[in-house]
Structure formats: structure tokens, C-alpha cells
Design a protein around this ligand. Structure first.
Ligand code: HEC
Ligand code: HEC
Ligand code: HEC
Ligand code: HEC
Ligand code: HEC
Ligand code: HEC
Ligand code: HEC
Ligand code: HEC
Ligand code: HEC
Ligand code: HEC
Length: 286
């Protein structure tokens, strides 16, 4: 696992340097070669100043002043022809995603690993990030705070956080990024495969180890019984009545359990250690 990750990190940094060197040396027929930010500034002074003082500009400057100087053309393409004869037709207004990837291959590789549904569905860097000409609404260079950003395309899930039982802090929904990462190295974008990890980060007590664990937790994760985003059912359970949930798996309960009696339908009132117990194999005591 660790070796796999290291491999990605090492190779992508290598590609980054090569691609950047090639990308910025390239002359293209439309652009005509590189001129540097000072030249852009002769006509776009405010844009250049704002970019260089901003988050992205200062981050680039920390790498090298040369990178900062070539940044405009790193995204917009070589600008000599445009500087000589300014027109909209000889400069790229919106950079292709390739421009970002030339400097950020690792961010792209991690996104493809962690959340392949995004690249597969044509979601690109600029759907979530701003270029940095003006201060970004949220860090790092995000087009909006995560809850709003993700809700733009995942309105159904954002709405689930408004249901009566949901992960909320008062009125404020949890940030999507509390559980999902876009570029994570631990694949928390695809939580299905990662099972309980995302939940146990905060609900450590539910993870055990217990002497008498409740097996579904281990076999299929918290999501056997809970929904992650929000629900109309108390405790965000997948069923409105606890007995229905339990009886899905426990077809045969001891016969003294009179299921038609409401007392017995509230299984959790006796089996209080529903996540696991250290004292009672029947989960009636912590
Ligand atoms: C000599 C002045 C001049 C220089 C130098 C110059 N630009 Fe421009 N640029 C303009 C003008 C004027 C426009 C608006 C063109 C129009 O509206 O038709 C423009 C428009 C643009 C646009 C917007 C294109 C669009 O489709 O709206 C971008 C992006 C741009 N410039 C980037 C650059 C970059 C990057 C540099 C440096 C490599 C640069 N410019 C250098 C004058 C200049
Ligand atoms: C990280 C990529 C990136 C870098 C670096 C970058 N730009 Fe842009 N630029 C964009 C994008 C994307 C747009 C489209 C509008 C937007 O989203 O702000 C844009 C728009 C523009 C425009 C059109 C007017 C506007 O504000 O809408 C001009 C002019 C421009 N950039 C000039 C520059 C100059 C000059 C530099 C160098 C200081 C630069 N850009 C650096 C990505 C970049
Ligand atoms: C010329 C190289 C270059 C280009 C092109 C470029 N970046 Fe960057 N970007 C950097 C550097 C350098 C940093 C500093 C962090 C680092 O070293 O990885 C950075 C940082 C960032 C950050 C993190 C900012 C923070 O505060 O942590 C984001 C997000 C980002 N870039 C997005 C983009 C996107 C989106 C594009 C394409 C529209 C893009 N970048 C194009 C060089 C570049
Ligand atoms: C679906 C929205 C989304 C898309 C698409 C996206 N990002 Fe990000 N990006 C984020 C968020 C949110 C963060 C904050 C850290 C996280 O959640 O992984 C981030 C963090 C970053 C960072 C900061 C360094 C880091 O890894 O923490 C860089 C650089 C970056 N993104 C570049 C890119 C580039 C380049 C692309 C396109 C290949 C891209 N992002 C596509 C949402 C997005
Ligand atoms: C520009 C639109 C867009 C934005 C913004 C966006 N997504 Fe997505 N996302 C999609 C599409 C399209 C899919 C694939 C279809 C689906 O599952 O809905 C997807 C899928 C997903 C999946 C499911 C992955 C899987 O393997 O099933 C997760 C998780 C996800 N996005 C989280 C996020 C998070 C977190 C954010 C904010 C940081 C975000 N998305 C922002 C469009 C977007
Ligand atoms: C408390 C942790 C948590 C938070 C906060 C969270 N998610 Fe999820 N999300 C999960 C888990 C766990 C799954 C896997 C569900 C499954 O496998 O059925 C998931 C699945 C998804 C999926 C794919 C499956 C589906 O239900 O369509 C998308 C898309 C998604 N989340 C988006 C979001 C967005 C957008 C936000 C913020 C509005 C968000 N999530 C906030 C834990 C969380
Ligand atoms: C970022 C931290 C965090 C993560 C990650 C997280 N939770 Fe929570 N969870 C909380 C907080 C805080 C509460 C509210 C506790 C309270 O109000 O007393 C809560 C409450 C709950 C509740 C009780 C809701 C109620 O109605 O009383 C359930 C059930 C729950 N979480 C399940 C999960 C599951 C399942 C996951 C994984 C998909 C998860 N949590 C991930 C922090 C988190
Ligand atoms: C077999 C079904 C089942 C599984 C699996 C399960 N839970 Fe629960 N959980 C419940 C039930 C039932 C309740 C309600 C108990 C009550 O009302 O007293 C509950 C309550 C909770 C609560 C709120 C009450 C409290 O004790 O804080 C949290 C938080 C919670 N579960 C988190 C988790 C996490 C995290 C996982 C995965 C590690 C998980 N659950 C797995 C059935 C389950
Ligand atoms: C997804 C399936 C599933 C769900 C839902 C489920 N359980 Fe279980 N439960 C199991 C499995 C599997 C075992 C272990 C059975 C064994 O070892 O023979 C178990 C064990 C138990 C035990 C320990 C006694 C025994 O048979 O080993 C009790 C008590 C119990 N469950 C009660 C409940 C209650 C109460 C609920 C509802 C809140 C519930 N279960 C929901 C699958 C489930
Ligand atoms: C009034 C308390 C009470 C309620 C309510 C209750 N149980 Fe039990 N349950 C017990 C006791 C006591 C035992 C242990 C019996 C024994 O030691 O033989 C038990 C044992 C079990 C066992 C283990 C059986 C075995 O063969 O080892 C399962 C499974 C179980 N209950 C499921 C449920 C389910 C599902 C519900 C809800 C529909 C439920 N219980 C409601 C008290 C209760």
C-alpha cells in the first residue's frame, strides 16, 4: 500500500517537471512563443498584480520567480502573437485542463485514483477551482465553500442534510469534505470500498475492538444500518422501525420474543450494546 502511494508520488513529480519544462518551451503556431508576465502587464496590469499577490501567485513564487513569470502563459498559452496584435482569437481565454495537469499531475492522478467518477463524467479542475486572478471564496482556490461547491452538482445529497436526522452542526450541514476527499490518497472519495474508516475517524467508540462484536459492523460496515448523509429515521437508520431492521437479518429470534408486542419491537432497549459488547454475547450490556 505505502509503496503504491510512493510510486505515484515519485513518478508524478517527475512528470511534472518534464511536462512543465516542455510545455513552457513549446512555441505554437497561434501563440508564437513566450513573452513573460511583464509584457502581459503592459496591457493587463491589474490582472497581473492581482494574480501575483494572490494565493496561486505566491504559491508559484515560492517555487521559483521564473515559474511565476511564465504562469500567465502556462495557462493561457504562449502569448507573443497576442501581445503584438491583441485579439481574442490568438489567446486561449479558458485554459484546457491539460494546462493545470502540466504543473499538477499528482492532483490529477490522485483524483483519478480516489474519485474516478469525476474524470469519467467530465468534471474538470475549473469546475471546482478558480484560477487565482481574484481571491478565491474558499481554500485551496475553491470556487465556493465545500458544502456549496459540491451541492452545485449533488443537490440531492445536500438536501439530505436538511432531513430531520442528519449530520449537522445546528443549522450548518457537515462539509462534504469531512468524509470525502477529492484528491485523497486513502480513497475516501469512494467510501463504498473504504467501509467504516470515514465513520470511525469521529465515532471511534463504535469501532471496538469488542470481545463480542456485532458482526455486521465488520462484514459490511456502518452502512448496513445507517445512512451517511441524512434520513427521516431516528439515528439515521436505514429503516424507520428498528425491529424491521433487525429482523432483516435475524429471522429466528428466541420464542419468548413476542414480536407482536410493542415492547419487543424496540430491540435496542434490551440489546443496548448494539455496536458490540465486552460483557454480554447477547449485546445487552456494554
Ligand atoms: C498590447 C496589449 C496587450 C498585451 C501585451 C497582452 N494583452 Fe491580452 N488582451 C489585450 C486586449 C486589448 C484584449 C481584449 C481583446 C478583445 O476584446 O478583443 C486582451 C484580451 C486577453 C484575454 C481575454 C481573451 C478573451 O477571449 O476574452 C486574455 C486571456 C489575455 N488577453 C491574456 C493575455 C496574456 C496572458 C498576455 C501576456 C502573455 C497578454 N494578454 C498580453 C491586450 C494585450
Ligand atoms: C491557473 C490558470 C491561469 C493563470 C495562471 C492565469 N489565468 Fe487568466 N484566466 C484563467 C481563466 C480560467 C480565466 C477565465 C475567467 C476566470 O475564471 O476568471 C482567465 C481569464 C483571464 C482574462 C480575461 C478577463 C477576465 O478576467 O475574465 C485575462 C485578461 C487573463 N486571464 C489574463 C491573465 C494574466 C495576465 C495572467 C498572468 C498574471 C493570467 N491570466 C494567469 C486562468 C489563468
Ligand atoms: C505554471 C505552473 C502551474 C499551473 C499552470 C497551474 N498551477 Fe496550480 N499551483 C502551482 C504551484 C507551484 C502551486 C503551489 C503548490 C505546489 O507546489 O504544488 C500551485 C497551487 C495550486 C493549488 C493549491 C493552492 C493552495 O493554497 O494550496 C490549487 C488548488 C491549484 N494550484 C490549482 C490549479 C488549477 C486548477 C490550475 C489550472 C487552471 C493550475 N493550478 C495551474 C503551479 C501551477
Ligand atoms: C470536485 C471538485 C474538485 C475537482 C474537480 C478538482 N479539485 Fe482540486 N481540490 C478540491 C478540494 C475540495 C480540495 C481540498 C482537498 C481535498 O478535498 O482533497 C482540493 C485541493 C487541491 C489542491 C491542493 C493540494 C492538495 O492535494 O490538497 C490542488 C493542487 C488541486 N486541488 C488541484 C486540482 C487540479 C489540478 C484539478 C484537475 C486535475 C483538480 N484539483 C480538480 C476540489 C476539486
Ligand atoms: C461539476 C459537477 C460536480 C461537482 C462540483 C462535484 N461533483 Fe461529485 N460527481 C459529479 C458527477 C457527474 C458524478 C458521477 C455521477 C454521480 O455519481 O452522481 C459525481 C460523483 C461523485 C461521487 C460518487 C463516486 C462514486 O464512485 O460513486 C462522490 C462521492 C462525489 N461526486 C463527491 C463530490 C464532492 C465531495 C464534491 C465537492 C468537493 C463534488 N462531488 C463536486 C459531479 C460533480
Ligand atoms: C458523515 C460522512 C459523510 C458526509 C459528511 C458526506 N458523505 Fe457522501 N457518502 C458517505 C458515505 C459513507 C457514502 C457511501 C454510501 C454508500 O455506499 O451507500 C457516501 C456516498 C456519497 C455519494 C455516492 C453515493 C450516493 O449516495 O449517491 C455521493 C455522490 C456523495 N456521498 C456526495 C456527498 C456530498 C455532496 C456531500 C456534502 C453535501 C457528502 N457526500 C457528505 C459519507 C459522507
Ligand atoms: C467529522 C466527524 C464525523 C464523521 C466523519 C462521522 N460522524 Fe456521525 N456524528 C458526528 C457528530 C458530531 C454527531 C452529532 C453528535 C451529537 O449531536 O451528539 C454525529 C452523529 C451521528 C449519529 C447520530 C444521529 C442522531 O440522530 O442522533 C449517527 C447514527 C452517526 N453520526 C453515524 C455516522 C456514520 C454512519 C458515519 C460514517 C458514514 C459518521 N457518522 C461519520 C460526527 C461525525
Ligand atoms: C446492526 C446495525 C448497526 C450497525 C452495523 C451500526 N449501528 Fe450505529 N446504531 C444502530 C442502532 C439500532 C442505533 C440506535 C440505538 C438507540 O437508539 O439506542 C445506533 C446508534 C448509533 C449512534 C448514535 C447513538 C450513540 O450511541 O452515539 C451512532 C453515532 C452510531 N450508531 C454510529 C455507528 C457507526 C460509526 C457504525 C459503524 C462502525 C455503526 N453505528 C454501525 C445500529 C447499528
Ligand atoms: C446485516 C445483518 C444484521 C442486522 C441488520 C442486525 N444483525 Fe444482529 N447479528 C448479525 C449477525 C451475522 C450476528 C452473528 C450471528 C452469529 O454469530 O451466529 C448477529 C448477532 C446478534 C446478537 C448476538 C446474539 C447472536 O445471535 O449471536 C444479537 C443480540 C443481535 N445480533 C441483535 C440485533 C439487533 C437488536 C439488531 C437491530 C438493531 C440487529 N442485530 C441487526 C447480523 C445482523
Ligand atoms: C425485553 C428485552 C428484549 C427485547 C425488547 C428484545 N430482546 Fe432479544 N434477547 C433478550 C434476552 C434476555 C436474550 C437472551 C436470551 C438467552 O440468554 O437465551 C435475547 C436474545 C436475543 C438474540 C440471541 C438469540 C440466540 O439464539 O442467541 C437475538 C438474535 C435477539 N435477542 C434479537 C432481538 C431482536 C431482533 C429484537 C427486536 C425485534 C429483540 N431481540 C428484542 C431480550 C430482549
Amino acid at each position: 500500500m505505502a509503496r503504491g502511494r510512493l510510486f505515484i508520488a515519485v513518478t508524478t513529480v517527475g512528470v511534472a517537471l518534464t511536462a512543465l519544462a516542455l510545455g513552457l518551451r513549446a512555441e505554437d503556431a497561434k501563440g508564437g512563443g513566450l513573452v513573460g508576465a511583464q509584457t502581459c502587464a503592459t496591457c493587463h496590469e491589474d490582472t497581473v498584480k492581482a494574480f501575483q499577490a494572490g494565493e496561486h501567485g505566491t504559491a508559484m513564487a515560492a517555487r521559483s520567480s521564473d515559474m511565476l513569470n511564465k504562469a500567465c502563459e502556462g495557462c493561457h498559452g504562449p502569448g507573443a502573437a497576442h501581445a503584438n496584435d491583441p485579439s481574442k482569437t490568438n489567446i486561449n481565454r479558458i485554459p484546457k485542463q491539460d494546462a493545470c495537469i502540466a504543473c499538477h499531475p499528482k492532483a490529477e492522478a490522485l483524483m483519478a485514483l480516489n474519485l474516478p467518477a469525476h474524470p469519467r463524467n467530465g468534471v474538470v479542475c475549473l469546475d471546482c477551482h478558480t484560477p487565482g486572478h481574484t481571491p478565491a471564496p474558499a481554500k485551496p482556490l475553491l470556487a465556493a465553500a465545500p458544502a456549496v461547491l459540491c451541492a452545485k452538482c449533488h443537490g440531492d445529497i445536500a438536501a439530505a442534510f436538511k432531513l430531520p436526522f442528519a449530520h449537522r452542526q445546528g443549522d450548518k450541514p457537515f462539509d462534504c469534505t469531512a468524509c470525502h476527499t477529492v484528491h485523497g490518497e486513502n480513497r475516501t472519495g469512494r467510501l463504498r470500498e473504504w467501509k467504516n474508516g470515514a465513520c470511525l475517524e469521529c465515532h471511534l467508540d463504535k469501532g471496538g475492538p469488542f470481545i463480542y462484536p456485532h458482526p455486521p459492523r465488520n462484514a459490511n460496515g456502518c452502512l448496513q444500518c445507517h445512512t451517511p448523509h441524512g434520513s427521516t429515521n431516528p439515528k439515521m437508520l436505514t429503516r424507520s422501525r428498528v425491529a424491521d431492521l433487525c429482523l432483516e437479518c435475524h429471522m429466528g429470534v428466541p420464542s419468548f420474543h413476542n414480536i407482536s408486542n410493542p415492547k419487543f419491537r424496540a430491540c435496542q432497549t434490551c440489546h443496548i450494546a448494539i455496536h458490540g459488547s465486552n460483557h454480554d454475547p447477547n449485546l445487552k450490556d456494554d
